[in-house]
Design a protein around this ligand. Structure first.
Ligand code: SF4
Length: 414
């Protein structure tokens, strides 16, 4: 049997990264079992397992290995930053819908990007709003890409070949265009924007012609779609687009309109989607990367507030994009201090924190995101679960206050 060019290239990468030999054997075994679920792809010079990890041959991945696998440092490895709140679309499930304030200027965004990297961030998602509406997006991408893997999440609206080339040249390794359905009218209705579907497909075409770009489509599944088995039809459609990766997630109970057990995915449904991902990845085409698998008990778990950080367009710092809680604003408090406080509050666990605790949001008050005091109160009263498989290997312990059988957990874990 001959090794593929990607496997040979990876062997060379491993050989050239002596830090990999310093990773504890049980963590190495965990990572190699995890990685076997995906087929590595090349995009330009990058070797990519999937786009939620830095390219395996990048400086960002070397930092991930040394800082988070060898040193097992406590800081975040992943972050998202909203580079603008402006957006031409109006998705019913948009996690930023209830956020407002004075937008960060470019100098603040660049400062925050630098601070996130100093804190250990190796993977940064640029989001919005619609990030393409940020005039300094190329400059932000260039700054962020120095030592960090940068992925763009976009509706695709207005993406030109010239902008795509400039972003790739600035170091952007992957772009996800949102496509939620194979039928244009369903996609457009969900985004309350006529022509959104056509714009997304046009952007996918532009990106496929962009040298070195890893092209993914981000699809947000409703629970109804999951129950109907629509994911198979959606994946067939996405594979037909000739993209590198389908990035799947499901609607989260971030907003009041979704605070309903019937709309929140069950653990059984999450496992079904993980099985669909694995089955798809045994084929030879597009990679399927299901966020619920990456964040599942059997893999990395929920890292909200410990290994994941979100900075919204107004500078408010949250444990993840789907958690409408703020632990402070980057213009009022040092980011390192905010992150340390969040980390103390969020130890990491084996299930999605917002799925498990969203009812506490409803009880906490009208205004979202919750302010720091309300966020700390909510965390103190939350249902906590044990660490994930990866968290246990990093030495995480179930919090003293773990209350697995709290009412919110039992209601949802049906
Ligand atoms: S709260 Fe849910 S969506 Fe947020 S990081 Fe945790 S698992 Fe992911």
């Amino acid at each position: 049997m001959t090794a593929s060019p990607e496997r040979l290239a990876l062997a060379k990468v491993a050989f050239a990264n002596p830090n990999m030999l310093r990773v504890r054997p049980d963590i190495t075994l965990f990572m190699s079992r995890y990685m076997r679920r995906f087929r590595m792809k090349s995009a330009g010079r990058n070797l990519i397992l999937h786009s939620h990890l830095p390219p395996l041959n990048s400086p960002a991945y070397r930092r991930f290995v040394s800082r988070h696998l060898v040193d097992r440092a406590p800081g975040p490895s992943h972050a998202q930053i909203a580079v603008t709140s402006a957006c031409p679309q109006d998705c019913a499930y948009c996690y930023n819908k209830q956020r407002s304030g004075t937008p960060m200027d470019t100098a603040t965004i660049l400062r925050v990007v630098g601070e996130l990297k100093s804190l250990g961030v190796c993977w940064l998602g640029l989001t919005g709003g619609e990030p393409l509406l940020q005039p300094d997006l190329v400059e932000i991408t260039r700054e962020a890409s120095d030592g960090c893997a940068v992925k763009l999440f976009t509706t695709g609206c207005g993406l030109t070949p010239r902008r795509a080339d400039a972003l790739a040249e600035a170091g952007l390794f992957s772009t996800a265009v949102s496509v939620d359905h194979w039928r244009a009218e369903v996609h457009d209705a969900g985004r309350r924007s006529a022509g959104a579907f056509a714009a997304a497909l046009e952007a996918v075409d532009v990106l496929k012609r962009t040298s070195g770009m890893h092209v993914s489509v981000s699809s947000v599944l409703s629970r109804e779609m999951i129950r109907r088995g629509d994911v198979h039809r959606l994946l067939s459609f996405l594979a037909g687009l000739g993209i590198d990766e389908a990035w799947l997630s499901e609607v989260k109970p971030t907003l009041g309109a979704f605070w309903d057990d019937d709309l929140v995915i069950s653990e059984e449904e999450r496992l079904q989607l993980a099985a669909v991902q694995d089955a798809y990845n045994r084929g030879t085409g597009m990679t399927v990367n299901y966020l619920g698998h990456f964040e599942g008990a059997e893999t990395f778990g929920c890292n909200a507030g410990c290994k994941m950080v979100y900075v919204d367009a107004f500078g408010e710092v949250s444990p993840c994009v789907f958690l409408p809680m703020s632990f402070g604003n980057v213009r009022e408090r040092p980011l390192a201090e905010i992150v340390a406080e969040m980390r103390a509050a969020f130890p990491g666990q084996d299930r999605c924190f917002v799925n498990q605790n969203y009812r506490l949001l409803a009880a906490a008050g009208e205004h979202l995101p919750l302010d720091r005091a309300s966020s700390l109160d909510l965390v103190a009263g939350a249902a906590w679960r044990p660490p994930s498989a990866f968290g246990r290997r990093l030495g995480a312990r179930a919090p003293e206050r773990a209350r697995v059988a709290a009412p919110t957990a039992t209601a949802i874990a049906r």
